[in-house]
Design a binder for this molecule. Structure first.
Ligand code: NDP
Length: 296
């Protein structure tokens, strides 16, 4: 038996299509063009790739993209001044500061300077607090994408045992909060968890967000479980490299009911959800109804 593949690439394309339709209607009915500002400090090669992809996809769905590329030695005062300008700019509905920032900049300070209503990454402490208290928040993109795929695949999630491996602020913790919001019974595992294999084996929904190549083998997966593999790890294979997840796909696919591949699973959904959050922020800022199914 082999698990159903949850095709994140195809799902993300559908999400972008729905966003593009909504964006066109907003422009037609209200002359409103959602705008996303992306701030990149320095020239980290991986960040460059992400920022380019974000800009391209933003324009493709009909939104305005504003890129701000700053030198690596930019001062905190200058970066904060730019954020204040973007906060005040009515054409900008979403602001994303690409992480990691150079070491001399305090990421928490910078992120918390963003207007929470424009914080499309969902990392501002106000949004974290709103999510954790079950109020309307901007939700971090990667966990939001995982939730959308889970809802699409499983329908209702209430009562299911969910195990999230990883407790980062970016993925693990918000993922666990979202699953709790769906009335799952949630366990968060991490590097100090005892008997991780047993903990994983009770999961109807297993989310792996660790950053260790193929560390979860198939015999840690409950038969029929839905496995969401957030991990993106580059491993050497001869003179090439290959992307793998945190789950050992070859063995897990024989046990799980459904599984996201790496690449082509969670990854493509992250940018789609960034666009969804920008659209949501633009609707909220203008007192317009939010698009269905694109928020938590
Ligand atoms: P972090 O490094 O911030 O967090 C990793 C978590 O895994 C920590 O909570 C850590 O525990 C836990 N962990 C580490 N080793 C073990 C272990 N042996 N057993 C159990 N838990 C362990 O990573 P992120 O959350 O930022 O990212 C996780 C993965 O997801 C990475 O591969 C990253 O590249 C990928 N990612 C993918 C995205 C996408 O768009 N698809 C977006 C964001 C991330 P502890 O807290 O105890 O140290």
């Amino acid at each position: 038996m082999s698990a159903t593949l949850i095709d994140g690439k195809a799902f993300a394309a559908k999400v972008r299509e729905r966003i593009a339709g909504h964006v066109a209607r907003l422009d037609e009915a209200h002359g409103l063009v959602p705008g996303l500002a992306v701030v990149l400090v320095g020239a980290d090669p991986a960040s460059e790739v992400y920022v380019r992809a974000k800009g391209k996809q933003t324009v493709e769905v009909g939104m305005a993209s504003f890129e701000h590329r700053l030198a690596a030695e930019t001062s905190e005062a200058d970066l904060l001044a730019l954020i204040r300008r973007l906060n005040a700019d009515p054409k900008v509905h979403g602001i994303l500061v690409q992480l990691p920032l150079p070491a001399h900049l305090n990421s928490d300070l910078v992120i918390n300077a963003i207007d929470p209503a424009k914080d499309v990454d969902g990392f501002h402490i106000s949004n974290v607090g709103l999510l954790n208290t079950g109020q309307r928040a901007m939700v971090p993109c990667t966990p939001l994408g995982c939730l959308m795929m889970l809802r699409d695949h499983l329908g209702g999630l209430a009562g299911l045992e969910a195990v999230v491996v990883g407790r980062s602020n970016i993925v693990g913790k918000p993922m666990a909060q979202l699953l709790l919001g769906e009335s799952c019974t949630v366990t968060i595992a991490h590097s100090r968890t005892r008997n991780l294999a047993e903990v994983c084996q009770r999961a109807d929904i297993l989310v792996a967000a660790v950053g260790r190549a193929e560390m979860i083998p198939g015999d840690w997966v409950k038969p029929g479980a839905t496995v969401i593999d957030v991990g993106i790890n580059r491993i050497a294979e001869g003179d090439r490299t290959r992307l793998v997840g945190d789950v050992h796909f070859g063995t897990a696919v024989r046990v799980a009911g459904a599984i996201t591949p790496v690449p082509g699973g969670v990854g493509p959904m992250t940018i789609a959800c960034l666009l969804a959050n920008t659209l949501t922020a633009a609707c909220r800022a203008n007192g317009l109804p939010e698009p269905d199914g694109l928020t938590a």
